[in-house]
Write a new protein. Structure first.
Length: 171
């Protein structure tokens, strides 16, 4: 049996290996508890009659972004709880990015507040907004400015005209 790509036979024989194994177990248990918390209600519908339920704790946590998450999930044909998880599958990550962009654009919540809703850092939220802007051409909300990815010239190299090059008078 392997855990995180490490054989238990190798890890289990030392004190350091036992700590690594225990940390891995704790992480797995924490993730399974988090997934259980986000599991759908057994009735198939939540208290608002939505066909894609969110757990009450999650519902309370995401507050104003709830409607947006449900709309994006319905439009993309994925469960809404998948948007809130850490999955990096392309179609889920794209839906999450759209939901984050719409939360920034349609609510007055700060980036750190939206980051807490999606369990991410506020810089990740800002990067997702800029990524969605570059991908779709949608205008950036709240006067945000697009990140520059380096001042590239036409040949693709960075512009270094003011950094370390001698001017014509020094030649």
């Amino acid at each position: 049996m392997t855990t995180f790509g490490v054989s238990l036979a190798r890890v289990g024989r030392s004190r350091a290996g036992a700590r690594i194994f225990a940390a891995g177990r704790a992480f797995q248990q924490q993730e399974s508890e988090r997934l259980k918390a986000l599991a759908p209600a057994p009735s198939g519908e939540n208290h608002n009659g939505d066909s894609d339920p969110l757990d009450e704790d999650v519902d309370r946590k995401i507050g104003p972004c709830r409607r947006i998450v449900l709309e994006v999930a319905k439009a993309r044909h994925i469960p809404s709880r998948e948007i809130m998880l850490r999955s990096r599958l392309r179609h889920i990550a794209a839906a999450r990015t759209e939901a984050i962009f719409r939360c920034v654009a349609e609510t007055q919540l700060s980036l750190p507040a939206i980051g807490r809703i999606f369990d991410r850092d506020h810089t990740t939220i800002g990067a997702a907004v800029v990524r969605f802007h570059h991908k779709t051409g949608a205008p950036l909300p709240r006067g945000m400015k697009p990140r520059s990815f380096g001042a590239a010239t036409s040949n693709g190299s960075a512009d270094r005209s003011t950094h370390g090059q001698r001017g014509a008078e020094c030649a």
